[in-house]
Design a protein. Structure first.
Length: 106
């Protein structure tokens, strides 16, 4: 995982995501999930491009079951975009970089 992609877990979720003043793209996935592995380089490329005002993170649903359950993540990969600490948009399944950028828009 690229250094610019923050690993988020049950303990860090509130501080890192909900209290963030920036738009936060958060990918929920698992190591055993082939579509998640295909999505990983797309998420990493968004983080590497470092768009202004956007933070990028990843949650391993096996390592963070509480936050995954609280947000109703039932399938992986799931990408949730948060704005001002609230869920803005969500996409379930493998997707494209363009779609992820669309999710982050207003």
């Amino acid at each position: 995982m690229a250094e610019r992609v923050l690993i988020v877990n049950d303990l860090s979720f509130e501080e890192e995501v909900l209290r963030s003043k920036e738009t936060f793209l958060l990918e929920f996935g698992a190591a055993w999930c082939p579509p998640c592995r295909k999505l990983e380089p797309i998420v990493e490329s968004i983080a590497a491009e470092n768009p202004s005002g956007i933070r990028v993170g990843k949650v391993d649903t096996d390592d963070a079951p509480a936050i995954s359950a609280k947000l109703g993540v039932r399938a992986v990969p799931t990408v949730i975009v948060f704005k001002n600490g609230k869920e803005h948009r969500r996409h379930v399944g493998l997707t494209t970089k363009a779609k992820l950028y669309d999710l982050m828009g207003d």
